[in-house]
Design a binder for this molecule. Structure first.
Ligand code: NAD
Length: 240
């Protein structure tokens, strides 16, 4: 991992911890809307994207269109300055993490129709910026992230979670979902993360007495744990 990538990862983790990380949820249906509310509850600024202007208007007016989600809950979330719904996909670049929750209806052979994922991938690809995390939440088969998202992102010169790449200018690095990373790169990155954590543990063991350990803020401990599981090439993902 280059110094720039390490710094980017540390900034990303810090933004999560300080709740300054801006989350973008694409597709505000049965999956996307509850996710917006969940992130809002946890204190994150959230931008919800949908192609349906009636939905984004309803949400910004504090109205619900999903029966089991009460209007009061929507009003509370969307009346705050931190949460907004929009049809303006140019604003994708404002988000540090993008979660794709668009439909994947089953086709005649019960295969998921990836049309909406492809449209979304194109939307993201033209606005992708360094350090963004992209997660595919829609139900699909393994490999979709690599084949449908990463392929399109790489055409713009971006590279996902790589330590280096001749094809990608430094400004076009993006964090990747785990199935979009070559196994060899995943392995070596995981190994280097383990080595860093082991070094940190050794330093901690040498330098801290039991009392100084108990004074260490809990968030710092959590941070080193989360690092183990969220090195750039093994960033969180959910590809179904
Ligand atoms: N509903 C569930 O209980 C459930 C459970 C697990 C997984 N899933 C999966 O999650 C995904 C989303 O399901 P859902 O039930 O939320 O669907 P939904 O139909 O309720 O919502 C999808 C939303 O995406 C919007 N949309 C469509 N194309 C878009 C685009 N290009 N850009 C932005 N927004 C777009 C639609 O207007 C709609 O508001 C699907 O892949 C589904 O299989 C759903």
């Amino acid at each position: 991992m280059t110094l720039t990538e390490t710094t980017q990862l540390e900034q990303f983790i810090e933004a999560v911890e300080t709740r300054t990380l801006r989350v973008g949820v694409i597709g505000l249906g049965y999956v996307g809307l509850p996710l917006v509310l969940l992130f809002e509850e946890q204190g994150f600024p959230v931008l919800g994207f949908d192609i349906d202007p009636e939905k984004t208007r309803a949400l910004n007016d504090g109205k619900t269109y999903i029966r089991h989600i009460g209007e009061e809950r929507i009003r509370k979330a969307f009346s705050s300055d931190k949460v907004e719904a929009t049809t303006d996909f140019d604003r994708l670049g404002e988000c540090d993490a993008l979660i794709i929750c668009v439909p994947t209806p089953l086709g005649p052979h019960r295969e998921p129709d990836l049309k909406y994922i492809r449209i979304t991938a194109e939307q993201i690809a033209t606005r992708l910026r360094a350090g963004q995390l992209v997660v595919l939440e829609s139900t699909t088969y393994p490999g979709t992230t690599r084949e449908e998202l990463l392929t399109r992102f790489e055409q713009t010169g971006a590279s996902a979670g790589r330590t280096s790449s001749s094809r990608s200018p430094p400004s076009a690095k993006t964090r990747a979902t785990s199935d979009s990373t070559p196994a060899r790169s995943r392995k070596s990155s995981a190994a280097s993360t383990r080595r860093r954590c082991a070094r940190r543990r050794r330093c901690t063991a040498r330098s801290s007495t039991p009392s100084s350990r108990s004074r260490r803020p809990r968030s710092r401990n959590r941070r080193s744990c989360s690092r183990t599981s969220s090195a750039p090439s093994t960033s969180p993902s959910s590809t179904r």
